[in-house]
Design a binder for this molecule. Structure first.
Ligand code: AN0
Ligand code: CP
Length: 318
């Protein structure tokens, strides 16, 4: 595998899951693979889990890692071509990216949707430039439209906890005070579509996702109806996708918060969230603290998804 930006890059998903479970049995079995190889992790946005779990995964594989927070200590980067650079940005992405490629063997990039230009976001402008100009394999640590390392960890977690072959998985929109990207819900939907699960998305009117990601999911506007008989509740906020409201917060309706009363409608469902989560906006304290909450094992599986992906990239390094 060269680059990793979406579910398709893994090929056979069952095989990828088998690889992940093999790694989980002994995460230090490939320590020789990454010897003298350097991972460069580039963050344009904040992170706790992605930063720690990806670095840990690289260490498990014997790699060295360098982490750069572009907005703290590096030169501010211009991303548009043709601009007269007489403003506050001393360096262009078109030089910075190939330079970064000189100092490493693999690059991970976190670059969220900016909500300034929908086409730039949905064409993955920044991630694509890393793929094109770094000269190195590139993987997404959450880009504008997808968060595949998160979705892979989510899938591993569902496979570990499911009690039936074909569980009912419900992804629900929940309120949040700020605009959040669609990357996590897009990606989760993409990965759920790749599995033979019963998959439902529930959201208020106006929060419809890009149909390309919704795929064959059932869309239900009545959250309580969607929750009936669910085996997994996957909560997430996202800003509006559709024009003219792209990137806007249309509702902060706390009737959509996941609480104990709604969880009673489910088939004793497990509660999932990628974290970070705002308590009593997205989910009530009692639900996230309940025995059915699997947010911590879900986060723990980020190390496994990252190691599985890095291992494949290392195996295909020229
Ligand atoms: C980000 C998002 O919603 O995409 C990262 C989640 C992994 N969340 C926040 O910015 C709070
Ligand atoms: N879930 C996730 O990617 O968390 P961070 O933003 O903390 O990396």
């Amino acid at each position: 595998m060269k680059n990793f930006t979406c579910v398709q890059d893994l090929g056979d998903l069952k095989q990828a899951l088998n690889d992940a479970f093999e790694i989980k049995k002994d995460r230090f079995q490939f320590t020789e693979l990454g010897k003298n190889k350097t991972l460069l992790m580039i963050f344009f946005n904040s992170s706790l889990r992605t930063r720690l779990s990806t670095q840990k995964a690289a260490m498990n594989l014997g790699m060295n890692t360098i982490v750069l927070d572009v907005n703290q200590g590096a030169w501010k980067l211009e991303t548009e071509r043709g601009v007269v650079m007489d403003g506050d940005k001393p360096e262009h992405l078109l030089e910075a990216v190939p330079v970064m490629g000189c100092y490493c063997d693999v690059i991970g990039v976190r670059s969220f949707a900016k909500f300034e230009n929908k086409d730039d976001d949905y064409n993955e402008k920044i991630l694509s430039e890393f793929i094109r100009y770094s000269g190195r394999p590139v993987f997404s640590m959450e880009a504008a439209t997808r968060h595949p390392l998160q979705s892979f960890a989510d899938l591993i977690t569902i496979e570990e906890y499911k009690k039936t072959k074909r569980p009912k998985v419900v992804m629900t929109w929940a309120p949040h005070p700020k605009s959040l990207p669609q990357a996590v819900p897009n990606s989760f939907a993409e990965w759920m579509n790749a599995m033979d699960y019963e998959f439902i998305i529930t959201q208020p009117e106006g929060y419809e996702l890009d149909p390309k990601f919704v795929g064959h999911a059932q869309v239900e506007y009545d959250q309580k109806k969607a929750f009936e008989g669910a085996d997994f509740i996957y909560a997430k906020n996202w800003a509006a996708y559709r024009d003219p409201n792209y990137g806007k917060v249309l509702s902060m309706d706390r009737n959509w918060t996941v609480d104990a009363e709604k969880m009673m409608l489910t088939n004793n469902a497990y509660f999932m969230h990628c974290l970070p989560v705002r308590r009593n906006m997205i989910v009530s304290d009692d639900v996230i603290e309940s025995p059915q909450s699997i947010v911590i094992p879900e986060a723990a599986n980020r190390e496994i998804s990252a190691e599985t992906v890095l291992k494949r990239i290392l195996m295909d390094l020229e």
